[in-house]
Write a protein that binds this ligand. Structure first.
Ligand code: FES
Ligand code: FES
Length: 148
């Protein structure tokens, strides 16, 4: 099947129900997107599909043929993505870092669609889990990026 990832078209030989996450990591070698739970709970595997956050561990690859799939590797190519990454650095959000690519993707989707989210909107959009408990810094960084 043909998948468009980070602006490039890729011909991948996988079963239609292969999770998008496996294609991204194993076939394309883009290892910034992480495997956490595998059951849509943690958000470590979050990528953007046509600008919306998607948990790639439960997304069959065949369902995103023709879509614009973006991973953490090129998130800084958009103005909003760049601001999010800069805000993450400025607020020193990451601890172990494992969950953070998914967090950055979720924040980028949020701010792209809603440049000035309320605290409530941030809370309901940022559902990704962080075992290090960086939630307060994540909220601060989303506000920094929104104000930038
Ligand atoms: S690995 Fe996909 S949500 Fe946890
Ligand atoms: S920074 Fe360690 S899991 Fe989030």
């Amino acid at each position: 099947m043909q998948l468009t990832v980070n602006g490039s078209s890729h011909d991948v030989e996988v079963e239609p129900d292969t999770p998008l996450l496996w294609v991204i990591r194993e076939e394309l070698g883009l290892t910034g997107t992480k495997y956490g739970c595998g059951v849509a709970q943690c958000g470590a595997c979050t990528v953007l599909v046509d600008g919306s956050p998607r948990r790639s561990c439960i997304t069959p690859a065949s369902t995103v043929e023709g879509a614009d799939i973006r991973t953490i590797e090129t998130v800084e190519e958009t103005e909003t993505g760049r601001r999010v990454v800069e805000a993450w650095v400025a607020n020193q959000v990451p601890q172990c870092g494992y969950c953070q690519s998914g967090q950055v993707m979720a924040a980028t989707a949020l701010l792209t669609n809603n440049p000035n989210p309320t605290d409530e909107e941030i809370g309901s959009a940022m559902t990704n889990l962080c075992r290090c408990g960086t939630y307060n810094k994540i909220r601060a960084a989303v506000r920094t990026a929104a104000e930038a």
